[in-house]
Structures are given as C-alpha cells and as structure tokens.
Design a binder for this molecule. Structure first.
Ligand code: C2E
Ligand code: MG
Ligand code: MG
Length: 592
C-alpha cells in the first residue's frame, strides 16, 4: 500500500501544477530516458509521475505496447510509487524474490525484473515521481548506475520546471484562476501607495483552511480541488470589486481590502469572509461537509503606514498562526506567541526524517502480579535549537498542521519494530505496545492500511498492539471514526480510551465503540489520598468497566498506597512513575 506521502495533498497539487499530466510526451525528458538506457545498458527508462491512482509517463523509452501508447498504468503496476513513498532511491536486483514488489503486477505484465529508481524532486521540495531504469533480467545495480540516474533525475526536474514556467501563466493560479502571489503583491503595493495619499486603510486578510488535508485524505484529490474552487468562489462573492483575492499556497488565501475605513471596519470584513467560507457546508462526497478555517488580519492606515507589501502579508500570516481565535489580529504579544507557534510548526515538518524524534516507553504493569505486560510509546522531540519540546506542546501543533499523519505513521512503525525485537528476546512475556492516536489520524482514508502495514512489516500480532484514543475522538461524531475502529478491532487490534474522566465521561458512547481498555486519568489517582469520595468514584468506574467486560488501567501511580488501593479496588493494570518512568528503547530489555 502506498504510504501517506503518495497521497499527500500538497504533493498532488504540485503534480497538477507541473502541467505535465496527460500532456504529450516531452522531447527533453525522452532524450534523458534514451541517455539513461544507453549509459546503463537497459531496455527501458521512464519519467513516471505518480498520482493518486495511476502513474503517468511524461517521458519513456523502450516500453512495449500497449503501455507505450497508453503512457500510464494503475498504481498496482507501479514500482515508482515506492520511490515516492520512501522519498529515496530504490534498487531492486530481482523483483521476483524481493518481498516489497514480488506480487507487483508490473512483474507479470511489464516484465519488470530489475528496477532502479530515484526521486524526481522539484526545487520546491515536492517529489512528483521517479526517474527509473528497468531491465527484464536480474542485474546487480552499481554505485555508478545510481549516480547516473541521480544526475539524470536532476536534469529531468530542471526540464519540468522549465516546462512549467513556459506553459503555465505565471501570474495566475491554474486551478482557481485567481491572481497569483506576485500579481497580488503588485496590487497591494499600489493600494499601499494610495493609502498614504488619502483617508482610510488597507487590510490584508490571510485565510487558512484547517481541513484541506483531511478532505484530500478522506475524500480524494478531486474533492480537494472542488473545495478550493468553491472557497475561491465564496471569497469572490463576498468581496467588493476593488478588493482582490489570491491563492498563495495550496490551502492558503490572501485577500486585499482596499477601501476599509479603519481597523474595526477591517475586522468586520475579516469576520464576514470567515463566515462566508465556514457557515455553510460544501457538497463534497456523499455528505455535505462543513470546514473550519483560521483568519489573520493586518491593517495599514494612512497614519501608520506599512509600505512594504511583503511585510503586511507576513503580519497577516503571523496573526493567522494563532489558532486560539477564529479571527486573530496582530498586536505585539499575540505576534510573539503566533511567531513561536509558526516556528514550531515549520520546525516540526519532517522532524522524524531528520532523526529529531524518538520514542520513550513507559511500562504497563499487571497490578495483581506486578509483571510488566507492555509499554506505552510516548513521542519525544529534540530540536537542535529549541531543545526538548514537550508532547503537550508539539502534538497539538502537529494535529493543526496535519503533520501528525506522517509523524503518526512513523511512530507506529517504530513502536511495532521495537516491540517485535523485545518479543523475540522474551517470547514468553506476551508483551504489547500502546500507541497514542490523534483524531485526525483516524479520519484519514489510509489509516487502517497504515496500521496493518506496520503490523505485517514487523510481524507483530494485531492483538499485541493497542491504539489509545481520547474522548475527543469519540465525541467528534464522524461515522468514519467508528467504522475505522470497528475494522481495526475485527483485525484484532486493541483499543483503549485514554484519559478517561477528563472529558464528558459519558458512558453512552462506550457502547458504540469497540473499546477494550479504559485508562483512568491520573487526576483520579492523585485524588485518592485526600478526597474521601475519590475511592468511591474509582470503585464505581472499575465496577462499571468490569461489568462491560472492559479492563482498566490506572494512570499516574506515584505512591505505594495508591498502588495498593487501586489493586484492592479491582483495577487490572497500572502505569506511573512508581512502576516505571518513560525510558528510551535501549533501557527496556534491562527492565524485563
Ligand atoms: P497520555 O497518553 O495520557 O500519556 C501519559 C502521560 O503521563 C505522559 O506524559 C507520561 O510521561 C505522564 N506520566 C506517566 N506516569 C506519570 C506519573 O506517575 N505522574 C505524572 N505526573 N505523569 C505521568 P507525556 O509523555 O508528556 O505525554 C503527554 C501526552 O502527549 C500524552 O498523554 C498523549 O496524549 C500525548 N502524546 C504523547 N506521545 C504521543 C504520540 O506519539 N502521539 C499522540 N497522538 N499523542 C502523544
Ligand atoms: Mg496515552
Ligand atoms: Mg493518558
């Protein structure tokens, strides 16, 4: 199954913006393919653009019919999707014996036996596909082969950039037809020149769709495009003719309000824009979808003129990064806070790929036998400049930016790989691992596959993996959540309700979701010593859980008294500093 990188909305948008999909073969690319075939002594070379459901050959040499005529295959026939998924070169000497691709249909239908592909990466960083060489006989790829392909892929990327610059109107956004960022800045510069000569103010409103990635992931790329078009239409309809709107980034719009009276007036306009795009649902997929958006505002008045368009835009964007308010303005303190959030958000992107992320494991102990039954994986981030950042600070940011989807996939893989190793070392201990899952992750269409792949890649049995969700996930009334959870449960995966007692603690939804384990929040445990009714409440929860055939875990056990009380109350498992602090993976074998 292609990883989430293949389906990444920003990547797919860059692919469409390349202007190459479904276009006639590119002579410059085909020249590079022939060069590759010649230099490497292979029959086939491709420039393959990997889309949501197919790979399209912008250039090729040596393909047999009918593939050469169709110039595309479904992803079932794609080796190149693996290059995109891992964003790294892939060398396969004999596909028939390689577990990654042995059952790939290209082996049968296109006679692909040996394959060498390198990512086709644009200047902006998005990987569109793969530049590859293919042989119908096994072969042992050399370092020189890889070097040649890497150089040719870089040349191919240059050719694609050039093609785009020539064919796409550089001043307008292809999808929405809105002015592009450069044109917008020109409009804004003119408006700012005017404002110093007259009364009034100029405002820039930045809008960011919070759910764009989700829509793309859950409903597909076409629905994402439909959403962007609809948002552009609503913005146009809300504006006066002298105002301008542009799409500055995938899901990011800028609005120029040329004729506002003052800041208060500008704020009203910003609120109107926010209402226009969030108050009514959009017709995407089967059900109407409401979306959320953040809005940032920056104003330049004749008295207090900002003359640099880029500065005004950046102020609006900075205000936007403050997710606390729907419409945020730039005052000084808010700017500082917003600035740090924005920095965190940027720094977080790809942090796991740079080796800044690690996992710590906290033991889960059977309170009746005192034996370690498993571990909860807890994410740790060490940034070269910011130092250690607490999960309570970066997880919400990762959820807001959508980064949690890729990061979560990495965490699942890592945790399962570590568990597999400990299970091999201690075959009798029947160890398990618990991984925290954010609501956004459950909503992506690929989540089930992500979990199933992590399990099959590492050989961990499904019932040794617990996914921890919070009440937030259950209260968010999307049927997709329940469906995915039931599907995972049928696969054998366990589901735990984390931090039970901190939210609504309504028991009704426990029956609607396939929960195996209730994790009682540590605030209950902390109250045990000094609040009389705490023990009664805990007793109630444990009795009720046992009645529903749920196991219970008490979180945050710090004292011997708490441990004894919880055991006597009938709580099955415990976690907490008394039983074991979160530790790095290398220390776990010592604990066992
Ligand atoms: P959580 O899932 O409820 O994790 C338990 C938190 O309680 C951990 O904090 C753990 O270090 C802390 N803890 C454990 N025992 C004790 C104790 O005896 N006393 C006290 N005072 N604290 C204890 P941590 O690691 O800072 O994680 C905080 C939260 O961040 C987690 O709460 C979880 O909601 C989130 N988180 C952490 N890792 C991940 C992750 O990989 N993915 C997602 N989506 N969320 C994560
Ligand atoms: Mg947890
Ligand atoms: Mg918890």
């Amino acid at each position: 199954m292609p990883g989430s990188r293949v389906l990444d909305g920003f990547r797919l948008a860059a692919l469409r913006d390349s202007g190459l999909l479904d276009m006639p073969p590119q002579a410059s690319l085909e020249r590079l393919n022939r060069l590759a075939a010649e230099l490497l002594g292979v029959p086939v070379s491709l420039v393959s653009l990997v889309g949501e459901r197919r790979q399209f050959f912008a250039g090729q040499t040596g393909l047999s019919q009918p593939w050469a005529a169709h110039r595309e295959t479904p992803l079932s026939h794609s080796f190149c999707k693996h290059v995109v998924a891992r964003d790294a070169p892939l060398l396969i000497d004999d596909a028939r014996t390689d577990p990654l691709v042995a059952d790939n249909l290209a082996v049968r239908d296109l006679d692909v036996i040996a394959y060498a592909g390198v990512p086709l990466r644009l200047d902006g960083g998005e990987t569109l596909g793969s530049f590859c060489a293919i042989d119908s006989r096994p072969r042992c790829w050399s370092g020189r082969d890889l070097q040649i392909l890497t150089d040719l892929a870089a040349l191919a990327a240059d050719a694609i950039e050039l093609h785009r610059a020539r064919t796409v109107d550089p001043l307008c956004d292809q999808l929405t037809g809105l002015p592009g960022r450069a044109l917008f800045e020109t409009f804004l510069a003119r408006a700012l020149e005017r404002v110093v000569r007259r009364e009034g103010a100029v405002a820039v409103v930045a809008l960011d769709l919070m759910d764009f990635r989700l829509i793309n992931d859950a409903l597909g790329h076409d629905a994402g495009d439909t959403l962007l078009l609809a948002v552009a239409d609503r913005l146009r309809d809300t504006l006066r003719t002298e105002d301008a709107v542009c799409r500055s980034d995938a899901d990011h719009f800028l609005v120029l309000c040329d004729t506002v009276d003052d800041e208060a007036d500008a704020l009203r306009v910003a609120e109107r824009l926010h209402t226009a795009i969030t108050a009514r649902p959009y017709g995407l997929g089967a059900e109407p979808q409401l979306i959320t958006a953040r809005v940032g505002l920056a104003v330049s008045t004749c008295a207090d003129a900002v003359l640099d368009p880029a500065e005004l835009i950046s102020s609006a964007t900075t205000a936007l990064a403050d997710a606390d308010a729907a419409v945020a303005r730039t005052d000084r303190s808010c700017r500082a806070r917003a600035g740090s959030r924005l920095r965190l958000r940027n720094a977080l992107h790809g942090a796991y790929r740079r080796g800044e992320m690690t996992l710590e494991y906290q033991p889960l102990v059977d309170l009746r036998t005192d034996r370690v039954r498993g571990f909860e994986a807890l994410a740790r981030w060490h940034h070269p400049q910011f130092g250690n950042v607490a999960p309570s600070d970066f997880i919400p940011v990762a959820e807001g930016s959508g980064e949690i989807v890729a990061l979560g996939e990495w965490i699942l893989q890592r945790a399962c790989a570590d568990l597999a190793r400990w299970r091999r070392q201690h075959p009798d201990a029947d160890l398990s691992v618990a991984v925290n899952i954010a609501p956004v992750q459950l909503r992506t269409a690929t989540f089930f596959d992500t979990v199933a792949t992590a399990l099959s890649d590492t050989g961990v049995p499904p019932d040794a993996l617990t996914l921890e969700v919070t009440e937030r996930t259950l209260l968010d009334d999307r049927t997709a959540h329940a469906q995915t959870m039931h599907r995972l449960r049928r696969h054998g995966v366990r589901i735990a309700l984390d931090d039970f007692g901190t939210g609504y603690s309504s028991l009704a939804y426990l029956t609607r979701f396939p929960i195996d384990l209730l994790k009682i929040d540590r605030s209950f445990v902390a109250a045990l010593g000094d609040q009389q009714n705490a023990a009664a409440l805990l007793h109630g929860i444990v009795t009720m859980a046992n009645g529903m055939d749920l196991r219970t875990v008490a979180e945050g056990i710090e004292t011997e008294t708490q441990r004894e009380q919880l055991r006597d109350l009938g709580c099955t498992y415990g976690q907490g500093y008394l039983l074991g602090r979160p530790s790095v993976a290398s220390e776990i074998p010592g604990l066992l």
